[in-house]
Ligand binder design. Structure first.
Ligand code: IMP
Ligand code: MG
Length: 168
């Protein structure tokens, strides 16, 4: 398969540092970063290290894609700590239709956090079906199916240090 670079490792690293600074400036108290597995692992690991205010981390496991085809949303693991009265940031790799985040925001809202913000590395607005307020966006991209830096197609290419799209 031929993969064309869309965002280089250097561009990712610069932008993730900026997002970390923005989050550090916006939150005085502790914030809980909740990483949406698996796609956000690289982003989470780098973002976490670029935040210098108090953070704790949690992971939630969900999938909404079967290969490059959209499937049903399924929640695999929801064993996160008590978030009642706390500030939460959902850390996502990419927002596409918005269905995954809409599902998660509804789920987490029932646990009465003080606030829920979304920090996504990539935003693909062309395919949005559900409007989601995105507080932090790394890059807005056109309607490409992208892989790398945690993102996969059929579980492959997560290990690429850059983000690219597959040439048809
Ligand atoms: P949504 O629910 O349609 O917003 O889809 C969000 C999820 O689908 C993301 O968290 C990704 O895991 C996956 N996804 C959406 N677009 C892409 C893509 O271009 N490449 C890889 N995964 C994607
Ligand atoms: Mg994801």
């Amino acid at each position: 398969m031929n993969i064309t670079t869309l965002i280089s490792a250097k561009e990712i690293s610069n932008r993730v540092s900026e997002l970390g600074q923005d989050i550090s400036n916006d939150y005085q108290g502790t914030v809980i970063l909740i990483s949406v597995l698996k796609g956000s692992i690289c982003f989470m690991a780098d973002l976490l290290r670029s935040i210098d205010s108090d953070v704790t981390i949690e992971f939630i496991s969900i999938s909404s894609y079967k290969g490059a085809m959209k499937g049903n949303i399924s929640l695999h693991d929801n064993s996160i700590e008590d978030i009642q009265g706390k500030h939460v940031i959902l850390v996502e790799d990419i927002v596409d239709s918005g269905r995954t985040l809409s599902f998660l925001i509804e789920l987490l809202s029932k646990k009465n956090p003080k606030s829920i913000d979304v920090c996504t590395l990539l935003d693909k607005p062309a395919r949005r079906e559900v409007e989601i307020p995105l507080s932090y966006i790394g890059f807005e991209i056109d309607d490409y199916f992208v892989v790398g830096y945690g993102l996969d197609v059929n579980q492959k290419y997560r290990n690429l240090p850059y983000i690219g799209y597959i040439e048809q």
